[in-house]
Design a protein around this ligand. Sequence first.
Ligand SMILES: [Zn+2]
Length: 239
Amino acid sequence: MAHHPLQVPRSSLLDALSWLEYAFQPAGVAAPDDAAYGHQRHSATVVMATDNLPPKSCESDAVIGEGSRPVAVYTADCLPVLFADTHSRQVAAVHAGLKGTLSGVLNSTIDRLLTLGAQTNTLHVAIGPAIGPCCYELGRNLVDEMQAQPGLPSLSWSETQPKNLRAIRPQAQPQQHGIWFDLPHLARGLLQQRGIPAAQIEVVEMCTYCMAESGSSYRYNTHFASGYQSRFSWIRCRD
Ligand SMILES: [Zn+2]
């Protein structure tokens, strides 16, 4: 049987910050014992870590760190987005699928971090494993609606399915004569619109459908009923 070694996804931006620790854990691995994370609803709601102790104490899709406690999100195909501000030494973990991204969860996280002393020009953001444009088919009407929505940055999508040369299993089969949408690109655009420098935003390119360990993708499960498990991504300040 062919064996495909899996990379452990890392962010070189976050790796360079010695005052923090983070991980994009594989699917199915439990969150750190002391992590705070919300009951996620694809909303723009941001809370502090202590609001989610014990975990899932409240409905929220972004959690801001307090002290050295890890803050986490769980995802399948949605974007796990980790924020670190080098000026105020704050961290945040954000769950941003298409719905949450469009509802403004990245903006509301930035707003809250700024009120706590962060600066947009010192924010660093890593976008972790998520469904890639190689496997993320959307109906054309949805893209038309997004293009009509004021204030969104330019969208990236393709009529033809991009071939992913790094895939370790077959890419998603077309289901609806749709388009292939780049969700990480949309998140990057929104972050840049808010003034975060492009060089301080990193997309870890690992598609949960065709590149990550099995059980990573909600959509793969939809197609094959093979089951899926949450992927925890977390970040914390060191003691
Ligand atoms: Zn893919």
